[in-house]
Design a protein around this ligand. Structure first.
Ligand SMILES: [Zn+2]
Length: 295
């Protein structure tokens, strides 16, 4: 089964994770820009991070045949930080023009403060101007109220709902998002928030139309193989392969294809990398014989 992993913070993962993901069928990864666990103090560190997502992470993924894309944004947490928030918004437009940037995200709400709401709304407008879909982070605390507030802000913005992926959903929020016309995202974790068995029950009850699952793996307790693990549960629940393929492949591609920068055909084969090349001269290959690694 081919997998498009639509939410993985590979910046925080080791290279072995890419290999394990490729072995489990992950053909493409989308990496949303996010909070790094500690606030940054100047816009320069955002610029370097954004450049890493576009350059080094793409190179690392391609070494294992994985196509790498990203979404760019000021995350909701650091929207509260006046040392960086306005400056990050000022540099974002140039990143939103890049070929491998398929949307604006993660934007949304976290602590649900007025500043988060302001920068959320401004970035939805940026997405509209750049003709890109949005990946929306919803609060982990006070989730139902947070979802409702996110939905209000999105409706006020005028962005078409099919261009919205409301992420980090659960059994409660699916009732709010099902009939909105947006995509409903579910982040699956090893032991909190949402697990593979609960996810398979949601799929059995609601079907796969505009549903998207992801592993949201990052620097916390998380697992980049949560989609393959969920596929096993779905198969045990006798969900047809065609529905599983829609959930883990067709839907994320359809959503991010709205950027105009992705076609399913682009992913027909694994990414190829010329392993004889280094990335900006670094020493990643460490004595391996690149010629021997060529297909
Ligand atoms: Zn995330």
């Amino acid at each position: 089964m081919r997998i498009f992993e639509p939410h993985a913070h590979m910046f925080s993962r080791v290279t072995d994770d890419y290999e394990r993901m490729a072995l489990c069928g992950v053909r493409a990864v989308l990496e949303p820009a996010f909070w790094l666990g500690q606030n940054r103090t100047s816009v320069g560190t955002f610029v370097d991070y954004f450049d890493t997502l576009l350059g080094w992470e793409r190179f690392r993924a391609q070494q294992f045949g994985i196509h790498h894309f990203c979404t760019m944004a000021l995350n909701p947490r650091e929207a509260n930080d006046d040392r960086v928030n306005a400056d990050v918004l000022a540099v974002l437009p140039r990143y939103l023009e890049k070929d491998s940037v398929l949307g604006v995200g993660e934007i949304g709400l976290d602590d649900q403060t007025p500043k988060e709401e302001k920068f959320f709304a401004e970035q939805v407008q940026l997405a509209i101007r750049h003709d890109l879909p949005v990946l929306v982070h919803t609060p982990h605390r006070d989730k139902k109220k947070g979802f409702e507030r996110c939905i209000d802000i999105l409706k006020e913005s005028g962005i078409p709902m099919e261009r919205v992926l409301l992420d980090h959903g659960n059994e409660i929020t699916i009732k709010l998002t099902r009939d909105l016309g947006c995509y409903s995202g579910f982040s699956i974790y090893p032991n909190t928030k949402m697990d593979p068995l609960r996810m398979s029950k949601i799929v059995v009850e609601y079907g796969v139309d505009r549903m998207i699952i992801n592993s949201a793996c990052d620097w916390g307790v998380s697992d980049p193989l949560m989609i393959p693990r969920t596929i096993v549960k779905l198969q045990q629940a006798r969900v047809p392969d065609a529905d599983i393929e829609q959930l883990v492949w067709k839907n994320p591609i359809a959503f991010f294809a709205q950027s105009g920068r992705l076609q399913e055909n682009d992913l027909a084969w694994p990414a190829s990398a010329d392993l004889r090349e280094t990335f900006e001269g670094n020493s990643v290959l460490r004595g391996q014989d690149p010629a021997a690694l060529q297909p």
